[in-house]
Design a protein around this ligand. Structure first.
Ligand code: ATP
Ligand code: MG
Length: 657
């Protein structure tokens, strides 16, 4: 593994000018008292009880944190609860049954609203239906659905009967689905006939069929009819139509199964940016506590808000911040089926405007696309309902941060740049929007109750400004419980590197590189392996990318190393420009001067290749390992994680020019 500590220059923070949250925001914020940091630190781990109070427990826990089997920690040990009860029943019972729970925005402009009562009714029917198929507590149910209401309904139905769900992102292949079902010995599958991709009907069921054929176990399949006449389908043996099946259980209710806090709520696979996806297991009590608390403290969600996280439920962001966190708090969560540029590039802003969205949460890849398309699109709509903006998934550099702030947030919405992972379950590093100054380019400090540290190879804290490994020195409630049937790999992957098992000292290693400033603000620099060795100098590709991305006219950039004939390493930069740019030569020379001044001539690329898009994973992250293969003229590695495979050929020929 590369040692970021060996990077031979201080990485001076390329953060932009600071911003303070406006008074109007602070005065209404869920958390606005700066003492929260000290209080949590002084009372750790009991501080997390404050978060657990956001939930309703069937049985109160005996211990906040049980450490006997570390790093297999047990949070809220002895406590019992049900996640579906917490997301539904208690809101229905407390007189909020007619409050909107989900506002669904379909691909072709269709909309559907589910009140808490509607959602409660359908989740109960779905739970009864699943039971009738034979699903028992602890059976893993696989859900392979696009962004339609049946997806969160199926998740909550599983949670209700104590059956862990495994949601597989709908855009993944038959192979990916069968691998995941096989790994979890899952005998139940919820899928659909198909869905609309841009304008076209796209067949999902044939993918599901191919996956099931590959499996040894018998599978009971439930099929949601999403497309009707647009894509007729026939049901085979062991296949039921979702709506017909639910009709058999019309009006039925199912007692929520009281789950041990440590019982598994779901398994979720990581997005596979760095290699083989990992099956991350989350426990019920700690996870739900963590996502409810961060939804409250970081995303500032109120029950009366309309909140929109424009991610896909097929990834952790959607699990935590479209489904479980917002519904636990009883808010209205928007579910969007379509893409940001269909039918036009103002689609998201049109939805914000029409629904008067209060809080909007998206990824840097989307923000960079908005910037590339231009401000005319957000300008077409009234976005004044927005109070807070969020970003997650990759580092966001100051320029897109400022663009988002100005053109979407009208200059007065705080932005939370939230660092977290499938494994952390919830946000771990971010500013508290009602408390902290924002520094564009830096995510922020560790949240209260979390101890994120940037350390050197020996685990010692690095000096401010120096790069190191991003670790979490204390357990936290939303933490990965284990890897599915992979206890050894769990310890190996996350705990081996910086822990001292002899002394029973456990430190979680994130796999990311970061630096921290004098105020404790953390800037994530990317994966520790994304480092180029240039004639003995170690440079983070992220930093060079940051310098490129800060150039006027650039929308996004990816940098990889290429081994030259002399066996020296050369830098290859792949760049896509904003739409308004028509003079690539001018951008090229601006990029060069930006790199020279930010890092030095050493980091000047051998080649700057312009491309309309960069290759992205299906979760929207730049797939650098593929560009590295292209730059090196090698056989391309596994491309199944790619969302836009067609771009690779274009980049290959552009690289040869
Ligand atoms: P895999 O683990 O399979 O390689 P992945 O790490 O992309 O996939 P996720 O768990 O979805 O899968 O992504 C978490 C990673 O995303 C983090 O480790 C970090 O690299 C990146 N990330 C998330 N949020 C931020 C952020 N705000 N700033 C910088 N990086 C972020
Ligand atoms: Mg990861």
């Amino acid at each position: 593994m590369v040692d970021p500590n060996g990077w031979d220059r201080d990485v001076s923070a390329p953060t932009g000018p600071q911003h303070s949250p406006p008074d109007s925001f602070v005065s209404q914020a869920n958390v606005s008292d700066a003492d929260v940091y000290a209080t949590f630190e002084d009372t750790w781990p009991e501080c997390w009880e404050r978060a657990a109070e956001l939930l309703e427990w069937d049985r109160s826990y005996d211990t906040v944190l049980e450490t006997a089997d570390a790093p297999f920690y047990r949070w809220f040990d002895g406590g019992r609860l049900n996640a579906s009860y917490n997301c539904l029943d208690r809101h229905v019972e407390s007189g909020r049954k007619n409050h909107a729970a989900i506002r669904w925005e379909g691909k072709h402009g269709e909309t559907r609203t589910y009140t808490y009562r509607d959602l409660y009714v359908e989740v109960n029917e779905c739970a009864a239906a699943l039971r009738s198929l034979g699903v028992e507590e602890d059976d893993v149910v696989t859900i392979y659905l696009p962004m339609i209401p049946e997806l969160p309904i199926a998740m909550l139905a599983c949670a209700r009967i104590g059956a862990p769900h495994s949601v597989v992102f709908a855009g993944l292949s038959a192979d990916a689905l069968s691998t995941r079902m096989d790994a979890a010995s899952s005998e139940y599958l919820l899928t659909c006939d198909g869905y609309y991709r841009r304008g076209d009907a796209f067949n999902q069921k044939s993918k599901a069929d191919n996956a099931v054929i590959d499996l040894d176990q018998d599978v009971e399949t439930v099929v949601v009819d999403r497309l009707g006449e647009d894509l007729p389908h026939v049901l085979g043996e062991n296949e039921r139509d979702y709506h017909e099946l639910l009709e058999e259980f019309y009006g039925e209710t199912v007692e929520p199964v009281s789950r041990d806090a440590d019982d598994m709520l779901f398994v979720m696979y990581t997005s596979g940016t760095t290699g083989e996806p990992k099956g991350v297991v989350h426990a019920t009590g700690g996870y739900l506590t963590n996502v409810a608390w961060t939804s409250h403290a970081v995303l500032d969600i109120k029950p009366e808000d309309t909140y929109w996280c424009a991610a896909d439920i097929g990834w952790i962001t959607g699990h935590s911040y479209i489904v479980y966190g917002p519904l636990a708090l009883g808010t209205t969560t928007v579910l969007y089926e379509g893409s940001p540029d269909y039918p036009d590039r103002d689609r998201l802003w049109e939805i914000v405007d029409r629904n008067a969205v209060d809080v909007f949460y998206t990824a840097p890849t989307a923000i960079r696309a908005f910037m590339k398309w231009g401000e005319e699109y957000p300008n077409r709509h009234d976005l004044s309902s927005l109070r807070l903006l969020g970003s997650v998934g990759e580092p966001i550099s100051p320029r897109p941060w400022e663009w988002y702030h100005e053109h979407v947030g009208n200059g007065d919405c705080p932005i939370v740049d939230t660092w977290w992972q499938t494994e952390t379950g919830g946000i771990a590093v971010s500013t508290l929007p009602g408390v902290d100054e924002m520094k564009p380019g830096a995510a922020g400090p560790s949240l209260p109750g979390i101890d994120a540290r940037v350390v050197g190879a020996g685990g010692e804290p690095v000096e401010p400004g120096q790069a190191g490994y991003l670790t979490l020195a204390q357990p936290w409630p939303g933490m990965v419980k284990t890897l599915y049937e992979g206890d050894d790999r769990f310890v190996e992957e996350y705990w081996r590197r910086f822990s001292d098992p002899e002394a029973d000292e456990w430190v979680y290693f994130s796999g990311d590189a970061a630096r921290v400033d004098e105020d404790g603000y953390i800037t994530v620099l990317g994966r520790v392996d994304d480092v180029i060795n240039l004639a003995g100098h170690r440079l983070s590709t992220m930093e060079i990318e940051g310098a490129i991305a800060d150039t006027d006219g650039v929308a996004e950039a990816a940098v990889v190393g290429r081994t030259a004939d002399s066996s020296d390493t050369e830098i290859y930069a792949y760049v896509s420009t904003e739409r308004r740019v028509d003079d690539e030569a001018a951008v090229r020379s601006r990029i060069e001067s930006s790199i020279e001044s930010a890092i030095g001539p050493l980091a000047l690329p051998e080649a700057i290749v312009f491309t309309p898009e960069l290759p992205k994973t299906r979760s929207g992250k730049i797939l650098r390992r593929l560009l590295e293969d292209v730059a090196n003229g090698e056989e391309l590695g596994d491309t199944s994680a790619l969302r836009n495979p067609e771009i690779v050929g274009e980049i290959q020929s552009a690289s040869r020019e």
